[in-house]
Design a protein. Structure first.
Length: 374
């Protein structure tokens, strides 16, 4: 059971931070929690986000484990050991940024960095009961982050509170400046097929916020999920397919990676057409409302004992992966429920409006707190 795969002590005496082991630290090997990369050469330079952490006086205290090669959603890793879920023992930590989410949930760092290619920040944030944010695609530098080329992947922070998440964004994105809300936000409520228990929590939060709502439909949501799978398969194979020859990739990832190598040019071309259509739908919806609201995950996190079943994990990223395809910023807010299990409330904002999205989240949480306090 491993959260931290390498202890560090770099930087100043500021906020303590851990980073996912797909992010380069000079002089350290970036293994992506894969035995196939155990003998790789150390990184020559820091990733831009690591340099930003050090420039702001943060104390870099560790590298965190992940689902091997960042190519999975459960966080299960048979080589490094699977990160435990500190707040919900026996449940998956979520992937691929499992260790980063678990580290925050365990109080091991003030904030952590993960990467999100198909939900890999938001899913583990939901599973571990913390905040997780995927910025607008391209907003935060990916230089020095594995894979080097991606049309989906974003570096994003985890934190136990929204104020700490805001501090993290100000550290890793020099263009990020918190903004006040000018008026109560309009919530666009997206109807999706979630479990009854999860949907009850989401509906209650929306109702308890007291904020104006409007139903929203995204006709290409399911197609965008499928298209996102096609793109991540192609791009991950391009980046990691050569590792299959080592014989050291875990069996579960090796089979998925080999299958990804069969992705056709025609499938990729169709996925790009869906990307354009879905992006246009999200943009249009966000001209009518200020933020989209939906669950982060369709059901509670799986028990570890059930997560080895590949059929059981299908669809875990159904509500998050589409917004990697479109590139919109998205946040998972942790909520509780009567069952004592985690539920994530996902907010999706307009491209580039990351500050507004997080300001809306803050206002929504204030409304919920005031309602429950009363």
């Amino acid at each position: 059971m491993t959260i931290v795969i390498e202890q560090l002590s770099l930087g100043g005496n500021g906020l303590s931070v851990m980073v996912k082991d797909t992010i380069d630290i000079a002089g350290r090997v970036t293994r992506a929690s894969s035995q196939a990369l155990d003998g790789a050469a150390p990184a020559d330079t820091h990733a831009d986000v690591v340099q930003a952490l050090l420039d702001k006086g943060c104390h870099l205290v560790g590298k965190t484990s992940l689902h091997e090669l960042a190519f999975g959603t459960t966080g299960i890793n048979h080589w490094t050991g699977t990160a435990p879920n500190p707040r919900f023992p026996g449940r998956i930590p979520g992937g691929s940024s499992s260790g980063s989410a678990a580290a925050v949930a365990a109080g091991l760092a003030d904030f952590t960095l993960g990467t999100d290619t198909g939900g890999s920040v938001r899913v583990p944030a939901c599973c571990c009961g913390v905040f997780g944010f995927k910025p607008t695609f391209g907003r935060v530098s990916r230089r020095g982050v594995m894979p080097a080329q991606s049309s989906l992947d974003c570096v994003g922070p985890f934190a136990a509170s929204l104020p700490m998440l805001l501090k993290a964004m100000q550290v890793i994105d020099p263009t990020f400046h918190p903004v006040p809300l000018q008026q109560p936000p309009r919530l666009g409520v997206l109807a999706v097929q979630a479990s009854a228990a999860v949907q009850r929590v989401i509906d209650a939060a929306v109702a308890d916020s007291g904020l104006p709502t409007q139903p929203v439909t995204l006709p290409s949501l399911d197609a965008a999920y499928a298209a996102g799978m096609v793109v991540i398969n192609r791009e991950t194979f391009d980046a990691c397919g050569h590792l299959l020859a080592t014989g050291l990739v875990g069996a579960d990832i090796a089979s998925r990676l080999a299958a990804a190598g069969t992705t056709t040019a025609h499938a990729l071309m169709h996925a790009e057409e869906v990307r354009k259509q879905f992006t246009a739908e999200v943009d249009a919806a966000l001209r009518q409302v200020d933020v989209l609201v939906l669950p982060t995950m369709p059901d509670f996190p799986l028990r570890l004992a059930d997560a080895a079943d590949t059929q059981a994990v299908l669809g875990m990223t159904r509500f998050v992966r589409p917004f990697n395809l479109s590139g919109h910023p998205a946040l998972s807010i942790p909520l509780g429920c009567a069952e004592g299990l985690p539920v994530g409330l996902q907010l999706v904002g307009a491209k580039g409006a990351d500050e507004q999205l997080l300001a809306i989240a803050g206002h929504l949480l204030e409304c919920l707190y005031a309602n429950h306090k009363g």
